[in-house]
Structures are given as structure tokens and as C-alpha cells.
Design a protein around this ligand. Structure first.
Ligand SMILES: [Zn+2]
Length: 349
């Protein structure tokens, strides 16, 4: 899922999102709640209409931004009180209110309010934090069931497994959420600074406990290699700012690793960023031209890099799906991982 934080995937039009093959995008409840505000979006007829995107949208609960952008937040059983990072005004998110906000946004997939346990955390903190996240998840489910959709189509609600890097807490979290029952399950609180192999082992802990016939969503991950390793461990969905954010920093993901187009060696390189890519950027422009755009700070550079990187990520996921269907995923993944690590060092988040 390309990330459209404020109702826009940065540097790319909705028309181009369709062209690169995006099936679903992510919107951030926290940002949309503060600006333009939930009421304006509801008056517009929901987020899809407001932003002109007629495919699915997933919204997060806003919890992650409350915890990461606000030093002055206060967590209590009832919910979390925070000050807007824009004007310092005071707001409260409760499990019930974030479900209501996401009803008003009209997202196809809504997320429960959780505390993304900080990394590193002591096991005792992670345990208490997760216990509260589970109680919040149950309240979200009750609010979801007692409310109704506003725009004539049904919405789904996903639970979020927490538990930091402690296998037993992760297990308890997954089991408790499955017992409450959600339409899908996210694995949260990873890619927050822990080593990649710890992240992979946490996915392995959760995977057998999450229903195989429902989507599993690894939040905020990651590099192309991270995605393939997670798919190999049973993950179905991802969101990450890496293709868009790195693109705006002149970083192009290619089938043979990532390259920084600002590098002087591309000054007279008239080949496409990724010769095997069929996106608009690679079909029309050279590394030398793209380097020039970044050197002179033309906004077209940001747009073309974003088109390519999203095309590449979505291509990678399409290939993974095809390989799984044809029962050759393991072999394909091994080949891709060694290829992806080839060129410049893969940029970690
Ligand atoms: Zn391309």
C-alpha cells in the first residue's frame, strides 16, 4: 500500500497511482483528523470522494502518530490525550472515537487503537502495554459492531498484534485478538529499530496463531528484501513510506539493488534507471536526465522517482503472488534476494 498520509501520496497524482497498479492506499487518521478535519471529509461524502480515489483505502487508527509525534501525550485506560503537533490544541483518542472517526472517513479497512510499544522496552512494560492494547481492541470491536457504515458500503476492522520483541507476549497478543475476532490481523511494533532477523523471528511467532484465511498485515515495512522475507513467513499486506520517501531523496529501487541517481557516475549514463522496468519513467527517461532533474531541484524528478519506485514495489508484489500461485516462490525469492543486494547497499529504514 502506497502511503497517502494527508490524503495524497506525495509527489504523485491519483491518475498515476492507478497507472502504476496501486490497488489500495493508506491514509493517516491522525493527520486527516487534524487537517482538514473529520467533518469536512464527511461533508465531502467520505475520504474516497474527497481525494478522488475510487479504490480501497486503509486508515490507521492515529495511535502511531500520537505516540511518535507527541511528547506531551498522556496514556490512560480510557484513551490517550495529546496535543496537536500543529497548534498545541488538546485532543483525546479513545478506542471508540477512532472507530467513529474511521467511520466518518469511510475507509475500507479500519485499524484498532493500539500502543506501538517503544523499542527497546522492558518485558514488564511490553506486557502491561499489550494488555491495554488488547482491552482497547475489544472496545474497538464493540464500537465497530454497535455502529454502522455511513456511505452504503461495508468496512472491515483489523486487530494489531503487539508485544515488542518478546515471543510470549506476542503469542498472548495474537491469541487474545483472534479470540475477539477481526477481519484481518496486523503485526505492529516492528521495524522500529530492532535488527531485521529479530523482526523476522517475531513474524514467525505470530504466523501460526493468525488465521490462514484472513489477511496478515505487517505495518511499516520495509525494504524490498524485508517484504520478500516477510511474504515467505506468511505476510500478505504491507505499507511503507520507503518507495516514496527514498524516491524523493533520489534513491531508485531496481531489480539489481538500489541506486542513488545523484551519483556522478550517472552523469552520462543514458540507460533507464531499471532497464527491465516497464514504468513510464523507465520507458521515457535516462539516469543522466533524472540525475540532472535532482541536481537542479526540478519537482519532476520527485514525481518520476516516485512513479518508478512504486511501480517497482508493486511489480515485486505481483511477481511474488504469481510465484506463490505457481509454487515456485522459494526458488524465485532466493534469486531475487541475491539480486536485490547486488548494487549499492540496500537502504534500511
Ligand atoms: Zn521504472
Amino acid at each position: 500500500m502506497p502511503v497517502g498520509t494527508q490524503g495524497s501520496v506525495k509527489a504523485i497524482e491519483q491518475r498515476e497511482l492507478n497507472e502504476v497498479g496501486a490497488q489500495i492506499i493508506l491514509g493517516n487518521t491522525y493527520h486527516l483528523y487534524l487537517r482538514p478535519g473529520t467533518e469536512i471529509i464527511q461533508t465531502a461524502g467520505g475520504l474516497h470522494r474527497f481525494i478522488g480515489w475510487n479504490k480501497p483505502i486503509l486508515t490507521d487508527s492515529g495511535g502511531y502518530q500520537v505516540f511518535s509525534l507527541n511528547e506531551l501525550r498522556e496514556i490512560e485506560e480510557e484513551g490517550v490525550t495529546f496535543k496537536s503537533h500543529l497548534d498545541g490544541s488538546s485532543h483525546v483518542f479513545t478506542p471508540e472515537s477512532v472507530v467513529q472517526i474511521q467511520r466518518q472517513l469511510g475507509s475500507d479497512i479500519m485499524m484498532v487503537l493500539d500502543e506501538c510499544t517503544p523499542y527497546p522496552s522492558e518485558p514488564e512494560y511490553a506486557k502491561l502495554s499489550n494488555a491495554m492494547t488488547v482491552r482497547w481492541a475489544e472496545r474497538c470491536k464493540n464500537a465497530f459492531e454497535s455502529g454502522a457504515e455511513l456511505y452504503g458500503y461495508s468496512q472491515s476492522l483489523f486487530g494489531i498484534v503487539q508485544g515488542s520483541i518478546f515471543p510470549e507476549i506476542r503469542r498472548q497478543s495474537a491469541q487474545a485478538l483472534v479470540k475477539i475476532g477481526f477481519d484481518g490481523y496486523a503485526i505492529g511494533g516492528l521495524a522500529v529499530g530492532e535488527p531485521a532477523d529479530v523482526m523476522y523471528s517475531m513474524i514467525e511467532v505470530c504466523e501460526p496463531l493468525l488465521p490462514a484465511d484472513q489477511p496478515r498485515y505487517l505495518m511499516g515495512v520495509g525494504t524490498p528484501v524485508n517484504l520478500l522475507e516477510a511474504v515467505a513467513r506468511g505476510v500478505d499486506m504491507f505499507d511503507c513510506v520507503l518507495p516514496t520517501r527514498n524516491g524523493r531523496n533520489a534513491n531508485f529501487f531496481t531489480r539489481s539493488g538500489s541506486i542513488n541517481i545523484r551519483n556522478a557516475k550517472y552523469k552520462t549514463d543514458f540507460t533507464p534507471p531499471d532497464p527491465e522496468c516497464s514504468c513510464y519513467t523507465c520507458g521515457s527517461f535516462s539516469r543522466a536526465y533524472l540525475r540532472h532533474l535532482f541536481q537542479v531541484k526540478e519537482i519532476l524528478g520527485l514525481q518520476l522517482a516516485t512513479i518508478h519506485n512504486l511501480s517497482f514495489y508493486l511489480w515485486l508484489m505481483r511477481e511474488a503472488r504469481a510465484a506463490i500461485k505457481e509454487r515456485r516462490f522459494g526458488e524465485w525469492k532466493m534469486k531475487m534476494v541475491s539480486q536485490l543486494c547486488a548494487e549499492d547497499k540496500v537502504v534500511e529504514i
